[in-house]
Design a binder for this molecule. Structure first.
Ligand code: CTP
Length: 217
C-alpha cells in the first residue's frame, strides 16, 4: 500500500522573524508513518516544522506554509492508495507577509488575515482514487463537529480527538480517538500511547482498503 501522511503544524509568516502557527507536535502523524512502515507500506511523510527525527525509510517532504502543504499533497496524492491528513493546518494566514521586520507599536495593532485553502475539501471525491482520512481536533461537541467535517471535507473516515485537556492529544504522547465513517459507522480507540493508537488506525485503514479492492474485483 502507498500511503501519504501529513504531520505537524504549518507556519504562516507575518514578517521575516514571526509567524502564526499552532501547538501540533507532529507525534501522531509520525507514529502513523512508523506504523505504516512496520506493516511494509511505502510511506511519503509530508511534514511541517517539528522536533522529531523522521523515520529513515519514509520519503520525507518538508513544508512550512499551508500553501506549500497544499501543493505537496496535490502532487503526492496522485500515486497514493491512502492519504492521512494529520497535519494541523493554519486556518488563516497574514494577508501580506512583511518583507522587513515589523516595528513595535505603542497602540493596539491588528493584522489582516486571509483564510487558507482547505486542503481536504479541495480533493474532490470524483477526481481521486485514494482513501482519504481526515483528523478533527475538537474541544467541544466532538461527534457533531467531526461528522460535519467528515461530510464537508469529502473524507472516507475522520479521526476525532478531544484536545480540551493537556493529558491527551496535542503535544502529549497519548491519544484517545473515535473514528467516524462516511457510512455512519464508528469505532473507538481508547487511551493509549500514540504508537499504539497509530497501529490500530493502520489496521482500520488497511481493512477499508481490502474491502474496496474486493468490491472492485
Ligand atoms: N485541514 C485541511 N486544510 C485546512 C484546515 C484543515 O485540509 N486549511 C484538515 C486537517 O488536516 C484535518 C481536518 O482538515 O485533517 C480537520 O482539521 P480541523 O483543524 O479540525 O478543522 P478545521 O476545518 O480547521 O475547522 P475548525 O478550525 O473550525 O475546527
Amino acid at each position: 500500500m502507498r500511503i501519504v501522511v501529513t504531520a505537524g503544524p504549518t507556519r504562516e509568516p507575518i514578517d521575516p522573524v514571526r509567524f502564526i502557527s499552532n501547538r501540533s507536535s507532529g507525534k501522531m502523524g509520525y507514529a502513523i508513518a512508523e506504523a505504516a512502515l512496520e506493516r511494509g507500506d511505502v510511506v511519503t511523510l509530508i511534514s511541517g516544522p517539528v522536533a522529531i527525527t523522521p523515520p529513515k525509510e519514509a520519503a520525507l517532504v518538508q513544508i512550512t506554509t499551508s500553501d506549500e502543504l497544499y501543493a505537496a499533497v496535490h502532487q503526492h496524492v496522485r500515486d497514493a492508495d491512502v492519504l492521512v491528513m494529520c497535519a494541523a493546518v493554519s486556518d488563516y494566514k497574514p494577508t501580506q507577509a512583511a518583507t522587513r521586520k515589523l516595528e513595535k507599536q505603542t497602540r493596539d495593532f491588528s493584522l489582516p488575515l486571509t483564510p487558507t485553502r482547505d486542503i481536504l475539501a479541495s480533493l474532490a471525491r470524483e477526481d481521486r482514487s485514494c482513501l482519504v482520512v481526515g483528523f478533527a481536533a475538537e474541544t467541544h461537541d466532538l461527534e457533531t463537529r467531526a461528522r460535519t467535517k467528515l461530510a464537508r471535507k469529502n473524507c472516507d473516515m475522520i479521526v476525532a480527538n478531544d484536545v480540551s485537556g493537556t493529558d491527551l492529544g496535542m503535544e502529549s504522547d497519548y491519544n484517545a480517538v473515535t473514528v467516524f465513517f462516511a457510512n455512519g459507522d464508528r469505532k473507538q480507540i481508547t487511551r493509549a500511547k500514540k504508537r499504539i493508537v497509530a497501529r490500530e488506525l493502520m489496521k482500520i485503514i488497511s481493512e477499508m482498503i481490502e474491502k474496496r479492492l474486493t468490491k472492485k474485483t
